[in-house]
Design a protein around this ligand. Structure first.
Ligand code: ZN
Length: 410
């Protein structure tokens, strides 16, 4: 293959990704006005349902525009030798290859972040605002952006610098070192994310003693689940949407409940949501997800090691000096069809796990409060009651509300 051919392969992949995505989302949008299944008739009041349909249509339009914009931006970067220019800028600063890589990705990431800010402002302060979800103040928005940027620079930059350093001294076996570091980092983050990262963005405090805490602890006792860490997080600072999640292992394991969840759900509904989360833990889904993502990372890094140093990658992007960062860009695009497939398998597994966790909650607690909590949560996030099957198959990490309700009530 010549570098010119590779260039067009990359372009084709970018365009095909966009088209496939567009077809799926169009199929999905065409179902927005479908008749609501009888099992879900009580989720929305008529007026709220119309609002949810308007919300979905607005979001679909918005994501078409942003998707098209970012495709055009990427393509013009390709056709006008954008990578070559950024590479030259980075090389003007320094001869150190680690720094070159950091500057290169720094310019690309910060540049695309800046370009995306107007879209992000529009999404938060116009769309989410218009539908009554947004609680983010301008100050929170700006600080979120800045904190996110600092995190990316420190964590992402640190990991990237390490990987390039491995590549320098170990050549094509760098992937083994990189894998060990990334795997250790994932496990560490899984354990300490709630303690280290969440406090940067939110306040969390232990759940106060009371009827809810007693109900949660009573349930935990019946299934022999040791649960000392139940935290409430101020999700209401940003959005009215509600959530609950589980993190960590062993002594570090904790349940985090959004204050919005406590506000919107009855006690037995919250316990049911929690029973579902305990189900994930008991059925070893958390360990499975973490280990499969570590294995997948290893596979990806190994593939990367086979291709990253090929000069044709740099030539295809118009850059004369082959380098790790240019190889990484070309590889990232070539890999995207593979990651579509692995993502699909992960979604299939994830949907299976959701049924298992629902069944666990049904067996150890009760199905009814879980059904009503799922309905309330779907209503609060104006979620889609009539998605297209193909869209669900590709994109959904959870079964549809209808599928979950049917499974719980059977
Ligand atoms: Zn779940």
């Amino acid at each position: 293959m010549t570098s010119a051919q590779l260039f067009y392969v990359l372009i084709t992949i970018l365009i095909l990704n966009f088209i496939v995505d567009k077809i799926l989302s169009t199929l999905n949008s065409n179902r927005f006005d479908d008749v609501i299944p009888p099992e879900l008739e009580d989720v929305y009041e008529k007026e709220d349902y119309e609002k949810s349909q308007a919300y979905k249509k607005t979001n679909a339009k918005f994501s078409t525009i942003t998707g098209l914009f970012s495709l055009l931006l990427t393509l013009s970067f390709f056709f006008f030798d954008g990578f070559k220019y950024v590479d030259e800028i980075a090389r003007n600063f320094t001869k150190n290859s680690i720094l070159i890589t950091l500057i290169f990705f720094g310019i690309i990431l910060i540049g695309s972040d800046l370009i995306n800010i107007p879209f992000s402002i529009y999404k938060t302060f116009v769309i989410e605002e218009q539908f009554g979800f947004n609680k983010t103040t301008k100050k929170t928005f700006i600080f979120d952006k800045l904190k996110g940027l600092v995190m990316t620079v420190v964590v992402g930059g640190g990991l990237l610098a390490l990987i390039v350093w491995f590549y320098e001294f170990a050549g094509s076996t760098f992937w083994v070192y990189a894998w060990v570091v990334i795997a250790a980092f994932s496990v560490f983050m899984n354990m300490f994310y709630s303690k280290l990262i969440v406090p940067l963005f939110n306040k969390q405090k232990p759940l106060e003693a009371g009827a809810l805490k007693t109900a949660i602890q009573d349930y935990a006792k019946t299934v022999g689940f040791k649960l000392d860490n139940i935290f409430v997080i101020d999700g209401s600072k940003r959005s009215t949407k509600a959530n609950a999640y589980f993190s960590g292992f062993g002594k570090q394991k904790r349940i985090t409940l959004y204050d919005t969840l406590i506000h919107d759900l009855e006690t037995d509904e919250i316990v049911a949501v929690l029973a579902h989360e305990v189900g994930h833990y008991k059925r070893k889904h958390i360990v499975f997800n973490l280990s499969s993502s570590i294995l997948l990372t290893g596979f990806t890094l190994w593939l990367l090691s086979l291709f990253v140093s090929l000069p044709i990658f740099s030539e295809a992007l118009g850059v004369n000096i082959p380098s790790f960062h240019i190889g990484l860009i070309a590889f990232g695009i070539l890999y995207s069809p593979i990651s579509q497939v692995t993502g699909l398998f992960m979604n299939i597994m994830s949907r299976k796990f959701e049924y298992q966790a629902d069944n666990y909650a049904k067996e150890t607690f009760s199905a009814k409060p879980l059904v009503s909590s799922l309905k309330k949560l779907s209503k609060n996030s104006l979620s889609n009651l009539t998605p297209h099957a193909a869209y669900v198959f590709m994109h959904y990490s959870h079964p549809t509300l209808l599928e979950r309700v049917k499974n719980l009530l059977e």
